[in-house]
Ligand binder design. Structure first.
Ligand code: MN
Length: 283
């Protein structure tokens, strides 16, 4: 993690992917959300009068475009492919559940991901990523795809030893799932171009060797069902991103590894794993 001149931490995001913070004092247009609560309204009203520089807006690249997709929240589905549930020794009948990663965990295609601290069992999980252009609460399955802007390939990077240790003592999963640079996501393709893929090969290669090789049709809960279920738990909005679970074949990552992923009809993503960032950086 490095610190940019404005004092905000930036994970090696190329300049063209870094959205400029709003200039101080500029009037803000009304937020389109129907779900604003009082706390959110207070935060919006204070725009331009922050006591620290505004952190950069995390974004995902859009294939073939200079425009980017601003990320609001990242949700992930746990246990959505039967063979992965089996390899993790979990109950196949248990319904899928959701956990989150911070929006600034996104890293772009081609980036070098630093090996994260604290783990001796760093894992890849290739996943189909869904990016929302609208949201709501209790979204019916039949209307769910209307909320989707597009799709990408992502990796739910996981500190498996810490995730399992947390699980075993009934603590939250953040330490295993929600760390810096834990969400590489490739360029988004708009649904207006590629439609809504519900089948197609999903593959991850580690140093050229195929490790995960599944098909989107193996998802236990499909994209409309995921959106429906998640929207019963939280209000969804434009900018929300959902990582939809991983097929079997997850495995350990080492420094120097190259991970190449592809979802048929959606796109590709490649990242390399760099050394751990240990240096102390004073603010
Ligand atoms: Mn996952």
């Amino acid at each position: 993690m490095r610190i940019d001149r404005a004092g905000a931490s930036v994970y090696r995001l190329p300049a063209f992917l870094r959205a400029r913070p709003r200039s101080a004092g500029r009037a803000r247009t009304a937020h389109p959300s129907r779900f604003l609560n009082k706390a959110t309204q207070i935060m919006s009203a204070e725009d331009g009068r922050y006591v620290i520089p505004q952190p950069p807006q995390p974004v995902i690249a859009v294939a073939g475009s200079a425009k980017t997709f601003p990320v609001r929240r990242i949700w992930c589905v746990g246990r959505n492919y039967l063979e992965h549930i089996r390899e993790m020794g979990q109950d196949e009948r248990e319904p899928p559940f959701f956990f989150a990663k911070p929006a600034d965990a996104v890293v772009p295609d081609g980036a070098q991901v630093p090996y994260p601290p604290l783990t001796k069992d760093f894992h890849f999980e290739v996943e189909l990523v869904v990016a929302l252009k609208s949201g709501g609460r209790n979204i019916p399955t039949s209307r769910a795809l209307d909320c989707v802007w597009g799709y990408a390939v992502g990796i739910d990077l996981t500190r498996r030893d810490l995730q399992i240790a947390s699980r075993n003592i009934k603590r939250p999963w953040e330490i295993g799932k929600a760390f810096d640079a834990s969400a590489p996501i490739g360029p988004l393709k708009p649904a207006s171009e590629i439609g809504h893929p519900n089948m197609g090969r999903i593959v991850l290669k580690q140093n050229g060797v195929v490790k995960q090789d599944g098909d989107l049709s193996q998802m236990i809960w499909n994209v409309p069902e995921i959106i429906n279920q998640l929207s019963q738990q939280v209000g969804l909005e434009a900018g929300d991103v959902i990582m939809t679970g991983t097929p079997a074949g997850v495995g350990q990552i080492a420094v120097g590894d190259r991970l190449e992923c592809e979802v048929e009809g959606v796109g590709r993503l490649a990242v390399t794993i760099g050394p751990m960032e240990k240096e102390y950086q004073p603010a």
